[in-house]
Design a protein around this ligand. Structure first.
Ligand SMILES: Nc1nc2c(ncn2[C@@H]2O[C@H](COP(=O)(O)OP(=O)(O)OP(=O)(O)O)[C@@H](O)[C@H]2O)c(=O)[nH]1
Length: 250
């Protein structure tokens, strides 16, 4: 790799427990012999995901670093990306040259997405255990992430989900953009993921991949001791933090 081309920065987002950390471990196992990889995890209050990945033994533990985001995990990957950007740049400098830096978002709701100022491409992870109809619900990550993963397909018989139907619904929600049915126990699906990643890396290096913004997450509610507030990340419109009862400005 020419030293002037920096790593491909790949975001991994998706609802809580859909398998983001496990997916990163799978990617590291599948590509550790081919690529120089680093990982940044985001947790609200802990470094639990980083510790899980270090204990999985898939990468030199020093190449796995944690960002603790405080409340509102999507803010740290979309609105104020400073902590993540510094963590990525530090990792790239300390282990130069890296080919791939994976950034795991904190487990969040269906609509959290990465800013294209932080990452070059993003995966959005759903799992069959969340229900076969989740893909139809749409949202920016489902509709416009670079790759949508329908994870834990090995569990489909136990939760009564028709995987081909779920994938077809997802492809329709994405206007034909790629969807991958994945299980860490299904070698063929892991091989497909590996091919997609190497292809994306090749496009990044050739300068033919343009980072896309899937769009802001929908306005949503945060509970707090005053009753909570509605929070919007759409900076094209007014940025509102409206407290229940008393309207407030950002
Ligand atoms: N059966 C099965 N279980 C899986 C698979 N991938 C992940 N899991 C399990 O799903 C659970 C959640 O996985 P994680 O990787 O911790 O999920 P996560 O999205 O990182 O979770 P948060 O960081 O809390 O949002 C764990 O018990 C994993 O072992 C899979 O392919 N098949």
């Amino acid at each position: 790799m020419p030293e002037t081309i920096r790593s491909l920065r790949l975001g991994v987002a998706g609802p809580v427990g859909t398998g983001k950390s496990s997916l990163i471990a799978t990617i590291c196992r599948a590509l550790a012999d081919d690529l120089r990889i680093g990982v940044i995890t985001n947790d609200i209050y802990t470094d639990e995901d980083a510790r899980f990945l270090r204990s999985a033994g898939v990468l030199d533990p020093e190449r796995i670093r944690a960002v603790e985001t405080g409340a509102c995990p999507h803010t740290a990957i979309r609105d104020d990306i400073t902590a993540n950007l510094l963590a990525v740049e530090d990792l790239e400098r300390d282990f130069a040259p890296l080919d791939l830096v994976l950034v795991e978002s904190g487990g969040d709701n269906l609509t959290a997405t990465f800013s294209p100022a932080l990452i070059d491409a993003q995966l959005f992870v759903l799992d069959v255990a969340g229900g076969g109809d989740v893909a139809r619900k749409g949202g920016p990550g489902i509709a416009r992430a670079d790759l949508l993963i329908v994870n834990k397909t090995d569990l489909a018989p136990y939760v009564g989900v028709d995987v081909p139907q779920m994938v077809a619904d997802a492809v329709e929600a994405r206007d034909g953009a790629p969807v991958l049915a994945l299980s860490r126990t299904d070698a063929a699906s892991v091989a497909e993921l590996r091919t997609w990643l190497l292809d994306m890396l090749a496009h990044h290096r050739a300068g033919t991949h343009v980072p896309q913004d899937p769009g802001p997450m929908a306005p949503h509610f945060h509970a707090d001791e005053d009753g909570g507030y509605v929070h919007s990340h759409d900076h094209d419109q007014d940025h509102e933090h409206t407290h229940a009862g008393t309207p407030a400005t950002a």
